[in-house]
Ligand binder design. Sequence first.
Ligand SMILES: Cc1cc2nc3c(=O)[nH]c(=O)nc-3n(C[C@H](O)[C@H](O)[C@H](O)COP(=O)(O)OP(=O)(O)OC[C@H]3O[C@@H](n4cnc5c(N)ncnc54)[C@H](O)[C@@H]3O)c2cc1C
Length: 296
Amino acid sequence: MDDVVIIGGSFAGLAAALQLGRARRQVTVLDTGLPRNRFAGHSHGLLGHDHQPPLEILALARQQLARYPTVKLVNARAESVGGTLDNFVVTTGDGLTLPARRLLLSYGVADQMPSMPGFAECWGKSIVPCPYCDGFEVAGQHWGLLWSGPHAQHAVSLFHDWTDRLTVFADGHDIAPEIRADLARRHVDVIDGKLIAVTHQDGRQPSLDLDTGHSVAVDVLFAHPRNRPSAGLHEALGLETVDGPMGVVLQVDDRRETSVPGIYAAGDLANHMASVTLASSHGAMAGIFAQQSMLQ
Ligand SMILES: Cc1cc2nc3c(=O)[nH]c(=O)nc-3n(C[C@H](O)[C@H](O)[C@H](O)COP(=O)(O)OP(=O)(O)OC[C@H]3O[C@@H](n4cnc5c(N)ncnc54)[C@H](O)[C@@H]3O)c2cc1C
């Protein structure tokens, strides 16, 4: 029996595996190789790995984990989970059955692309979610913000640190008059109409086609499509979740333990703020606290 089965072997899951492997705990990591930022050419903000391709950072992490004989990395999808503390069972898509004392869920979230032409092709290249991840490289350029509700107002004030050339695309939302007044005070143009397509050159130089017949070019568009957990295993386990404007995350305590004893969670699956640094640090915490929960 494994001490811990980790479901999702990206930044959070591998960081957990590293701590558990160093504590000489028996661990299996299941992963399907689809990290959320795989669409991005470079990952930014992770100390020591800034401006590196995300898949290269993960490949290096996997290579370094090979030092730890108790850590097993398996390319497989976790299909079902069940059981209770000290006696969990995970079954994979190819029929592997893995008993474990603890579970660590780090299977991330999937961004739900709007179905319009061009959007998905630009995702990670010229349509991006986060200025901390991709703002520096396009500072001072013409940014667009696709409005997704009143919470988008925070992004407007945030973006001032990177550019003073911002256009808001209402995308069919009814933006309240007081918010419009605030945008006007900040010299931010608002363009009404609903986005129906994005014209682009190999995912770059996006031009936003609106149902009003207008087409507006920007250098980069910031957008926050809703996301959902990449798997439904937490539902089968009956774990508590917390709803946010962009999607649900698993509820965890300060030790990264979920509402069910013995099940830990880390990374974007259990944190509204998407970041490789936070996913890695929460993964390490989850690994450490899972290990400490098994001390004699
Ligand atoms: C376009 C874009 C650019 C970004 N750029 C940056 C950046 O520059 N800097 C930064 O800090 N953050 C960036 N992020 C955020 C970053 O991608 C996430 O915060 C980070 O990937 C979260 O890591 P994670 O380990 O929680 O989940 P993920 O990296 O999403 O990994 C989840 C893993 O679980 C696997 N999985 C899913 N279901 C199963 C299952 N049932 N069984 C087994 N395995 C499963 C998946 O294949 C995947 O490998 C970006 C995000 C996007 C969308």
